[in-house]
Design a binder for this molecule. Structure first.
Ligand code: BG6
Length: 288
């Protein structure tokens, strides 16, 4: 049930974006209704888990740079129609808050996006997407996708998490050693590249790892490790725009690439097929 009396729950706006603020004995979090987009999460005795650009556009319909954008029903550019938005339309649309429950392990919120006339012009399938956000000792996200159409569809999706770090030069990402990847900056090299060591970004990085293990760690000297668990998400992306792409993006300040790294989990390589009437789900658990 959603009532203003729910302890630790309030509604506000940031810029022109309505947001939900959660505060409980474990953590606090901010979630925009647009995209069911988690903007921040911080444990009571911890540091911010997520990076949010100080130049993020908080305008209706515009993608928000930082936090955890949810990419759906495609990832990156649309495969055939170049005028459609990058990473799908779900992050640019208002989701409905269906439930907020406060219980001993924290808060549980359920957001929902359903196909409508507008989405059907961009993607010709009826669907229901629910994002369950649990704010507690850890931040847990579960995306449930239901095919409400009478024909099968294929989709991709990503939890496009932007993590807050102190210095990209001191940061390593482990868990993707010996996992095949496509370097999106050098697609001509094919999608079976591998490396033996943890990832250390030293330039613009944009890699799609497929059939990954679903357990990654962001390690930085002197900082708490960030643990990413997404056992049933088959793929992972590691992205840092570095100097020049940051300038091109227009919603990041010049030096801000130093203090963020994206380690994304989801279905970004081969699309997931969902039969008419079926439901599937993908879970990610974050902690620092
Ligand atoms: C990453 C992609 O997931 O998202 C990159 O791998 C892309 O290629 C980046 O540049 C940011 O995308 P956007 O649409 O949010 O600017």
């Amino acid at each position: 049930m959603i009532t203003q009396q729910t302890i630790g729950f309030s509604q506000q706006t940031i810029g022109n974006q309505p947001v939900i603020m959660i505060e409980n004995q474990f953590a606090n979090a901010t979630i925009a209704l647009q995209g069911a987009h988690v903007l921040s999460y911080q444990k009571r005795d911890g540091t911010p888990l997520l990076w949010l650009s100080d130049q993020a556009k908080m305008e209706a319909g515009q993608a928000i740079r930082g936090g955890i954008p949810l990419c759906f029903p495609w990832f990156n550019k649309h495969p055939t129609i170049t005028t459609l938005p990058s990473h799908g339309f779900a992050r640019n649309l208002p989701w409905e808050l269906m439930r907020v429950d406060a219980h001993e392990a924290g808060h549980k919120l359920v957001f929902e996006l359903k196909s409508d006339e507008q989405t059907l012009t961009k993607w010709p399938y009826r669907f229901k997407a629910q994002l369950v956000v649990e704010v507690g000792e850890q931040l847990k996200l579960t995306l449930k996708v239901t095919n409400t159409d009478d024909k099968p569809f294929e989709f991709k999706f990503a939890y496009h998490s932007y993590f807050a770090i102190q210095d990209i030069h001191q940061t390593q990402i482990s868990g993707l050693e010996n996992t095949e990847f496509l370097d999106q900056l050098k697609p001509e090299l094919g999608d079976q590249l591998t490396e033996n060591d943890a990832i250390q970004c030293t330039a613009e990085t944009d890699r799609v790892y497929h059939q990954a293990k679903g357990l990654y760690r962001i390690v930085e000297a002197g900082q708490q490790d960030i643990l990413i668990q997404a056992a049933n998400c088959p793929d992972a992306v590691v992205w840092n725009p570095w100097v020049e792409k940051t300038q091109r993006l227009g919603d990041m300040s010049a030096e801000s690439w130093r203090s963020m790294v994206c380690v994304e989990c989801g279905v970004m390589d081969k699309p997931h097929m969902l039969a008419a009437g079926d439901m599937t789900w993908f879970k990610m658990v974050l902690s620092n």
